[in-house]
Write a protein that binds this ligand. Structure first.
Ligand SMILES: [Zn+2]
Length: 100
């Protein structure tokens, strides 16, 4: 996990303490951790969508880069470069999201 969730975890621990051994309805500590879990889950979902978008576009660009003779040399070369950049973006964003 990277810096942003870590800071929020520390703020919740400061304000409410560690997670309760069991989730109790109406407990402010459990409510805070529940909100935190929903936030982390939504954040992971957003990262997943962005990563998948870059992977999908990398695949499309690689297809275009091989589409000879329908696509001209210059455009195939540009598509190949775009594929590399989309792959790199997917890897970089996965790291940002705390994946490996
Ligand atoms: Zn609790």
């Amino acid at each position: 996990m990277n810096a942003m969730p870590k800071l929020i975890e520390e703020a919740i621990i400061d304000a409410f303490g560690d997670r309760c051994p069991e989730t109790v309805e109406g407990c402010p500590c459990c409510d805070a951790w529940g909100e935190y879990d929903r936030l982390v889950s939504a954040r992971q979902g957003a990262f997943d969508e962005i990563i998948e978008w870059h992977r999908k576009n990398a695949r499309i660009c690689r297809e275009i880069a091989k589409d000879d003779p329908r696509i001209g040399d210059a455009d195939r070369k540009r598509a190949g470069q775009a594929a590399v950049q989309h792959d790199a973006s997917a890897v970089g964003i996965a790291r940002l999201a705390g994946r490996r």
